[in-house]
Unconditional design. Sequence first.
Length: 384
Amino acid sequence: MSEHTVPLWRDRRVREIALQAMALLGVIGVLLVLIHNLRFNLGRLGLKFGFDFLERPASFAIGDTAISFSPTDSYRRALWVGLLNTLRVMVLGIVLATILGILAGISRISSNWLVGQVAAVYVQVFRNTPLLLQLFFWYFAVFLKLPRLENRLVLPGGIYLSKRGLDLPWPALNWRTAIALLVILASIGGVIALWRWQLRSSDPEIVGRRSPWLLGLGLLALGALVLGLDWEIPEFKAETSNIVGGINLSPEFATLLVGLTVYTGAFIAEVVRAGIQSVPKGQWEAANALGLPSGLVMRLVVFPQALRVMIPPLTSEYLNLAKNSSLAIAIGYSDIYAIASTTANQTGRSLEMLLTVMAAYLTINLLISLTMNRINRSVQIKER
């Protein structure tokens, strides 16, 4: 009995591979045409393409830097400063917006009428106004209206508010601080590991138990934070009319951080609210029937299930926050886009700077997507 042979053009796998190969060749062809046109037009205009200019002195100052920088440093270092400034805002913004969004999202479904209405007003106002206008409001109507340094606002904990920005206590850089930070990180890791073990346990007594290890690790981290760190407290020097010690957050940095946090937090609040409301009502009723307090119902029953719905849209919000940080140029904050624009104006290398900024944002967003996809896979139900 002869074996029936399927023609290659009718084999599904062959057709899929052929279509993918044709699509890849098409993309490569388009890229080659674009590169050819680019080289031709650059040659016609007498322009060069390259990144050798990055080693020249930048000849401009940067007001807000995470690392040391002077005008005699190279354009390459200036771009590194801009990238670090961008990452600083992104990381802090994602953390703070997540905390604010979770609190506002839970408040939206609160049985307390006042709490629910305040959260609803916050969400509706900040979701439905442009971010750029919000940044202008925070910058011109809030931070630039703060008193001068001589009449600064003194807040509890050694915190100063003035036109100089926000001055905060900050850990001193020494071996004692390094040990305390290691203890804090180890304690946080232990708390997370124990919490995940409790959630995955099939023993109901373990799931609902308040583990003394969690409390102990939390107290250990708190003790290391309070007692183990050497804090530099901001101090006003009248003879120099300046503040020494601690860390200073410039008005531009504070404006961008507050604007991104409040704006993105409003969107995250709706994601959290939708995720919580997606949990079947029977889950709430079953948890209440077991006599669990409302806090444990939310923490152990509702929120873990809501995470499966929340994480994909949360990824989009984090990506939007990362891209929205490029609005920093509107308020004078020196992020990578602002520094690349200054570099392009001075050197005339607009194409190189455009590609650099695109590559930076693309890399950051891909890393955010990769991280969130891994988290999303870890919270999904695994079928046996």
